[in-house]
Design a protein around this ligand. Structure first.
Ligand code: GLC
Ligand code: CA
Length: 556
């Protein structure tokens, strides 16, 4: 398998609003990130991904961009960005930005021009249609709830927005749009940025007929996204853009957010021969989160999702590995046990995904085992998706208390609360009033406390990162699932000509027995990492893994 810097990297996602505030306005900023680079370096990560930092009216916190070549004033200036980039590079790390291609803000000059008249030169940069029978052009629904079309009085037509109404979708069948974005991408890469995370790429192509979506039985969601997600022909759009931008820069990294792309088709997106994206954020295992009913983790389903990607890409393409990001609730609260086994489950969940083949991503605070927020009122939510979902449930007849409980479990704001640096007021994030409440548990879960505790989640992450650096097998080696049907254990080996490493995780609250004739002797001397003390006498026949216990062995 071809060696590349981004395959060897460990990545770290920063949600800039919530990472570190340098000037007391309660909003994280670029100078704040700069002040924490040494922390990140010491953690061991080598590739930073910062969520959008461009000017934005903040309807969706930066994912509604009004200028792709500027810096959001709340975050700082272009000079501060240049200083940050230089400081990242000076520490031997790389920087990836977040590019929203599917839509802009409705306050972007392109859209302002586009909506001004039917004959505007930019009219066709967006998707405008006449209504049907006094209503929207078709039945498509927004991913943030409600119709995906907004009527515009000025010209008497509807525009498409598959996210919020302040995020109009671009028309990627128009070559001028491709040209504009090729220019923007080259401009940033020429500046020295190392690559991009590509937001919502699988939505860029819409059904050319704009036919009605099929209604699905049962809710949510009561509609199919097939007409505007992963529509055939999407890769032609990607190719036209890549040929004029990323493919001119051999070293640039790209990670596409690809809702709807299954393992079976993954090679078309990231196969090395294709010259498309470096990696994809898959949603197959994410779908196991999005359960408002709060069903517990389905371990076999998780293994099926993860291992199918490992198998599909081995030797031919590359995985992006992640279990948290700014769009999902905290993993330790969703899949782990954030009361009885917080540290144990946080470290087991870390082990089970981190040592797979691919580039591991850590979302800020994940390395501390940060938990969901104890929401008590809808006023505590900032996120447009969370608020719309709450209203949607109320409209469907749910009581406010039930709606709050349902939304709180999966709310994106769970992972957007400020980073917990220390036990002081506001967790050391700001000297002012934070834009989103700090989790009250910052008094015990924080960087300061955890750096001093050798058994902390933070120190476990450091060991995990160091281990991956020590064994190239953990980077490039192949993955073989072990006991794939076991209901609670997640186990696999990573192997190449040099070594064979066994990863063993008990993803449950129950003790579980590991027995496998193919890995006969688990000697204590061969133990590379463990999240609990391991008795010296442990051999195969007697391996009982305690609740949320994880071990990594080097095999003969
Ligand atoms: C992506 C982002 C998410 C955003 C959406 C619309 O899914 O990760 O935060 O709301 O795109 O841009
Ligand atoms: Ca600030």
């Amino acid at each position: 398998m071809k060696q590349q810097w981004w395959k060897e990297a460990v990545a770290y996602e920063i949600y800039p609003r919530s990472f570190m505030d340098s000037n007391g306005d309660g909003i994280g900023d670029l100078a704040g990130i700069l002040s924490k680079l040494d922390y990140l370096k010491e953690l061991g990560v080598s590739l930073l991904w910062i969520c959008p930092i461009f000017p934005s009216p903040n309807d969706d916190n930066g994912y509604d961009i009004s200028d792709y070549q500027g810096i959001q004033p709340e975050f700082g200036t272009m000079d501060e960005f240049d200083a940050l980039l230089a400081a990242v590079h000076a520490r031997g790390m790389r920087l990836m930005l977040d590019l929203v291609l599917n839509h802009t803000s409705d306050e972007h000059p392109w859209f302002i021009d586009s909506r001004s008249s039917r004959t505007s030169a930019k009219r066709d940069w967006y998707i405008w249609r006449d209504g049907r029978n006094g209503g929207p052009p078709n039945n498509w629904e927004s991913i943030f709830k409600g119709p995906a079309w907004e009527f515009d009085e000025v010209t008497g037509q509807y525009y498409l927005h598959i996210f919020s109404r302040k995020q109009p979708d671009l028309n990627w069948t128009n070559p001028a749009v491709t040209e504009a974005f090729s220019h923007i991408i080259r401009w940033w890469l020429d500046k020295g940025v190392d690559g991009f995370r590509l937001d919502a790429v699988s939505h860029m192509k819409k059904d050319p007929l704009f036919a009605d979506a099929r209604r699905l039985k049962g809710a949510p969601p009561p509609f199919s996204m097939k007409k505007y997600m992963n529509v055939p022909g999407i890769l032609d759009i990607v190719d036209r853009l890549f040929q004029r931008s990323f493919n001119l820069y051999a070293d640039a990294v790209t990670v596409g957010e690809a809702n709807g792309v299954k393992a079976a088709r993954a090679l078309e997106w990231v196969g090395e021969e294709q010259r498309r994206m470096s990696m994809l954020f898959s949603f197959e295992h994410l779908d196991l989160w999005e359960d408002e009913a709060g069903t517990r983790l389905d371990v076999p389903a998780l293994k099926k999702a993860l291992f199918s990607w490992q198998k599909a890409l081995n030797g031919k393409g590359w995985n992006a590995l992640f279990i948290e990001n700014h769009d999902i609730a905290r993993v330790v609260s969703s899949w782990g046990d954030d009361t009885r086994y917080r540290a144990e489950s946080a470290t087991t969940l870390a082990t089970l995904y981190f040592l797979l083949q691919g580039t591991p991503f850590i979302y800020q605070g994940q390395e501390l085992g940060m938990t969901n927020f104890p929401f008590r009122s809808i006023d505590e939510f900032n996120d447009i998706r969370d608020r719309n979902t709450f209203l949607h449930h109320i409209q469907q007849g749910m009581s406010p208390a039930a709606a709050l409980k349902t939304v709180a479990r999966v709310a994106r704001d769970n992972s957007r609360t400020p980073m917990q640096w220390d036990a002081s007021k506001n967790a050391g994030f700001t000297s002012g009033t934070p834009w989103l409440k700090v989790n009250p548990n910052h008094t015990t879960i924080n960087v300061d406390e955890e750096s001093r505790d050798p058994k902390s989640v933070l120190n476990y992450y450091k060991q995990l990162i160091a281990l991956r650096k020590r064994f190239p097998t953990l980077v490039y080696g192949a993955t073989t699932p072990v006991l794939p049907d076991h209901p609670r254990l997640v186990a696999y080996t990573r192997h190449d000509a040099k070594s064979r490493i066994l990863v063993l995780c008990n993803a449950s609250n129950r003790p579980s027995r590991y027995h496998n004739p193919e890995t006969p002797l688990l000697l204590h001397d061969a133990l590379l990492l463990a999240n609990r003390p391991v008795p010296r006498h442990a051999t195969l026949t007697g391996v009982i893994l305690q609740p949320w216990e994880a071990r990594v062995y080097r095999l003969k």
